[in-house]
Design a protein around this ligand. Structure first.
Ligand code: DGL
Length: 353
């Protein structure tokens, strides 16, 4: 009798081990945000809400179905509201992602992240990850304690994308509200809606349906293994500021940024990246003195900031951001300045990434 029991136990243990072997392994790297947030009440308008209040293990316990998809390992990188995301975390996260994806047994990575700056982190990783394995960022617009919290479904869908073979080579993605969005055009378009993320110029990469990704487009720009940017030896990123233009804007913030040590300035201009003459002359002066690089972007959400229009970029030594909004332009200019200060080289990068 005892022998039979032991045999059954042994066979069971073998089958569990075999199943674990057949399931892909993914890492969930947690950084905080609302997806890890709690509120003292169960509605969304709770004033006691706190981002990053719960850990990655608590997140995993909240969605046990994930264990049907993959062997999941969790790491807490930081636990912050993403409004406090910073260069130091970006470098730590980028290096840890590359280290894990070099491991043959790791299929992909999911990163839980606040939504406020998720588009910036996603684009940074899109430029520095040195693997074609899936890297999926995920967040939520409601804390885990809210009625109809969106986090659990978002995390499940993110893991479903991270383990899918068809997700390889898609660059860094964001999965929220059943949408798969590319880091190449990611924009938070609504302050409160669960469907806030869009790709307003390129359209979404696809959808998640029945726990499977359905892709409807490929990424349009260079990314990950095709990127020329490498942070292996980078311990500090160049300082780049974004300066808005509006009626009667002066050179006040340009002067302050240069004085504070900025090596690059991205303008969030009006229309096709235009700005007041006062601001433009100030920027051109600092470019001529070799103090900064300037990229013209626009405060308008869709359409390119194009060359060969009202601003003579070649005469001023400026570059145009094309389809990169001011926030992605800042990320790209930070990385560009780790390699060059030549405006024509920077312009090539903005045409390609
Ligand atoms: N504190 C904001 C953040 O961490 C909350 C927004 C969110 O995560 O949805 O980005």
């Amino acid at each position: 009798m005892k022998k039979t029991f032991n045999l059954i136990l042994f066979v069971f243990a073998l089958s569990v081990a075999a199943m674990a072997q057949t399931k892909p392994t993914i890492y969930i790297l947690a950084t905080g945000g609302t997806i890890a947030g709690t509120g003292t009440g169960s509605n969304d308008a709770d004033s006691e809400y706190k981002a990053g209040a719960i850990t990655v293990n608590a997140l995993l316990e909240a969605v046990p179905e994930i264990n049907d998809l993959a062997n999941v390992k969790g790491e807490q990188v930081v636990n912050i509201g993403s409004q406090d995301m910073n260069d130091e975390v970006w470098l730590k996260l980028g290096k840890r992602v590359n280290e894990l994806l070099r491991q043959n047994d790791v299929t992909g990575i999911v990163i839980t992240h606040g939504t406020d700056t998720q588009e910036e982190t996603a684009y940074f990783l899109n430029l520095v990850v040195k693997s074609d394995k899936p890297v999926v960022l995920v967040g939520s617009m409601r804390p885990s304690t809210a009625i109809s919290a969106d986090g659990p479904r978002n995390i499940y869908n993110a893991v479903a994308c991270a383990v899918a073979p068809e997700s390889k080579g898609k660059g860094v993605m964001v999965v929220m509200d059943d949408k798969i969005l590319g880091a190449d055009d990611l924009t938070k378009t609504n302050t409160l809606s669960v469907g806030t993320f869009e790709n307003p110029n390129y359209g979404p990469l696809g959808i998640v349906y029945g726990g499977k990704p359905i892709y409807t487009r490929e990424p349009l720009k260079r990314h990950t293994i095709k990127s020329e940017f490498d942070i292996t030896k980078v311990n500090k990123l160049p300082r780049v500021e974004i300066i808005l233009s509006y009626s009667n804007a002066t050179s006040l913030f340009v002067d302050a940024a240069v004085k504070a040590g900025a090596k690059g300035i991205v303008t969030a201009g009006v229309g096709n990246g235009n700005m007041t003459t006062v601001m433009q002359n100030s920027l051109a002066k600092y470019v001529k003195e070799g103090k900064i690089a300037v990229v013209r972007s626009s405060r308008i959400m869709t359409g390119p900031t194009a060359q060969w229009d009202e601003v003579n970029d070649d005469k001023l030594g400026f570059s145009a951001s094309w389809y990169n909004n001011p926030y992605r332009s800042r990320v790209l200019l930070m990385l560009a300045l780790t390699k060059t200060t030549d405006y024509k080289e920077i312009q090539r990068m903005f045409a390609e990434y």
